[in-house]
Write a protein of this length. Structure first.
Length: 112
């Protein structure tokens, strides 16, 4: 059976997870306590996006072994880290580059 659509679902799920994480971060940027942040429109959108990402992930693991699919989600660390650096000036220095290099190396090793 063709697995390409399942890898597509995994890729979409990863990108949705990134978007959900960034939306949650944006939802916490305002003033207020936990409940104000939880009910911030960006936080609600972030949770909805995470739900959609989970659905895509469920589709992907129908044909991709979870031992391969789940570690592949770690590529989102690279995307989120870079996006947070450019959007909110969060640090992205040598420790982050080293960690990302190790994660990417592990993902590449798993896909051999």
């Amino acid at each position: 059976m063709e697995v390409l659509p399942y890898y597509g679902a995994l890729g979409v799920g990863i990108l949705l997870g990134v978007a959900g994480q960034l939306a949650l971060k944006a939802g916490t940027a305002g003033e207020g306590g936990f409940f104000a942040q939880f009910f911030h429109p960006y936080s609600i959108v972030g949770l909805v996006i995470y739900f959609l990402a989970a659905l895509c992930y469920m589709v992907s693991i129908k044909r991709i072994p979870v031992s391969l699919a789940y570690p592949s989600v770690a590529v989102s660390y690279l995307i989120v880290g870079l996006a947070a650096h450019f959007l909110w000036n969060e640090p992205f220095g040598l420790p982050q580059y080293g960690g990302i290099a190790l994660i990417c190396g592990g993902i590449l090793l798993l896909h051999q």
